[in-house]
Design a protein around this ligand. Structure first.
Ligand SMILES: Cc1ncc(C[n+]2csc(CCOP(=O)(O)OP(=O)(O)O)c2C)c(N)n1
Ligand SMILES: [Mg+2]
Length: 369
């Protein structure tokens, strides 16, 4: 796995998948939130014939995605031994759970008839027992169960993006089992530092390992050796994102609603397109749960009602979740309703590679639009 993280040919996915896209011996991970839940249900249909169960991990922020509920329903109806582990760490990227998730988390699972267990990552004996019971129930009854697991994330979500209260983080760091172990004065602490050293020295050797020769890998694909030349527009100063930010500020001033994931201040969006604007126009900048289909639909409704709705898709790759709204709605409201309706919605999204985001965060899907 370390080789994979470093993009080396010896990695579990030859260094192609990297941190978000891992596949090995019954383990599968992917970038788009929630998308693997129904896939887990499908795998579970097969393992039903064995003693195995499927365990699907999902963050509490992903409860914003509709596909989550489709998977819960399907899994219950198909009687699949699938253990849904919902890790509630109180945050979805930069957005606190209180602003992301309405109602009760355990009740979401109970609504589909799942036996729902509660656990946390601080009371370890109880955690072990609860997980054991949950798996036994799924296996014994061939039906899905849920474990709602309270936990906390100690580090930044991604590349150093952390706006959480420092005292809060320090509190959880101090009370984290890994801190108990590493700072203790016993055989576990000793073993911990041995493992730490082992990892450090592995990194030193792994860094010089070869990457997969790309030519051998892309031989069956379209030619990749193209170059894009960027010609700045006349009179254009500064970075593109600064122009986008200024444009969105003007639109907010004019009464537009700008809606998207993690776009409120202080974070201001994954690529900072709204940074600073939320403070001045708090009602205009609406941070949402992870719900691309939903948030694009909301922007469309706002536009149909006569105001300007601007939706931001955090990574252009996830516009696929909103395609129904775009293809079967937004693109044809005008003509479908005999030119009586107009839906001047703007959907903005960054697309493209070169930032090291991997297979599900670096595509150029413009042609579908
Ligand atoms: C469909 C989709 N939309 C947006 C993202 C970008 N994104 C990656 S992680 C994340 C927050 C996830 O929060 P949560 O589900 O609570 O999981 P946690 O990281 O807290 O465990 C977001 C919005 C994504 N990967 N997939
Ligand atoms: Mg979370």
């Amino acid at each position: 796995m370390i080789d994979e993280l470093l993009g080396k040919a010896d990695g579990v996915c030859k260094g192609i998948g990297s941190s978000q896209h891992l596949y090995r011996q019954g383990f599968i991970s992917n970038g788009p939130q929630g998308a693997l839940l129904p896939v887990g249900t499908g795998i579970g249909r097969m393992v039903r014939e064995t003693e195995n169960v499927v365990v699907s991990f999902v963050g509490e922020g992903t409860l914003g995605e509709g596909v989550t509920y489709e998977a819960l329903n399907l899994s219950a109806l198909l009687k699949v031994p699938q253990v849904f582990v919902c890790e509630n760490n109180f945050y979805s990227q930069s957005t606190a759970q209180t602003r992301n998730t309405a109602g009760s988390i355990p009740d979401r699972f109970r609504a589909f008839g799942l036996k729902t267990f509660l656990a946390n990552t601080w009371d370890l004996p109880s955690l072990m027992q609860t997980v054991g019971e949950a798996i036994a129930h799924a296996r014994g009854n061939s039906e899905p169960v849920a474990i709602v697991m309270t936990t906390y994330r100690l580090n930044a979500h991604s590349k150093g993006d952390d706006d959480r209260d420092a005292e809060e983080v320090a509190f959880f760091r101090q009370n984290d089992p890994i801190s108990w172990i590493s700072e203790g004065n016993n055989h576990l602490a000793q073993r911990f530092s041995e493992i730490d050293e082992e990892v450090e020295s592995y990194f030193d050797t792994a860094l010089s390992k070869p990457e997969l020769p790309l030519d051998s890998y892309v031989g069956d694909q379209m030619p990749r050796r193209t170059s894009a030349r960027y010609t700045p527009a006349a009179g254009f100063e500064g970075r593109v994102i600064e122009r986008v930010n200024a444009f969105l500020r003007e639109e907010a001033e004019r009464g537009a609603m700008i809606i998207g994931e993690d776009i409120a201040d202080p974070y201001g969006g994954a690529f900072k397109a709204t940074k600073g604007n939320g403070q001045d126009f708090p009602d205009a900048i609406v941070s949402t749960p992870i719900s691309e289909a939903g948030l694009v639909g909301v922007a469309a409704g706002y536009s149909l009602a006569g105001r300007r709705g601007i939706a931001e898709i955090m990574f252009g790759d996830f516009v696929t979740y909103a395609f129904d709204q775009i293809v079967n709605g937004i693109s044809k409201y005008h003509h479908m309703y005999g030119k009586q309706a107009s839906c001047p919605v703007t959907i903005r999204m960054p697309m493209g590679g070169k930032r090291g985001y991997g297979a599900t965060h670096s595509q150029s899907l413009e042609k579908f639009l």
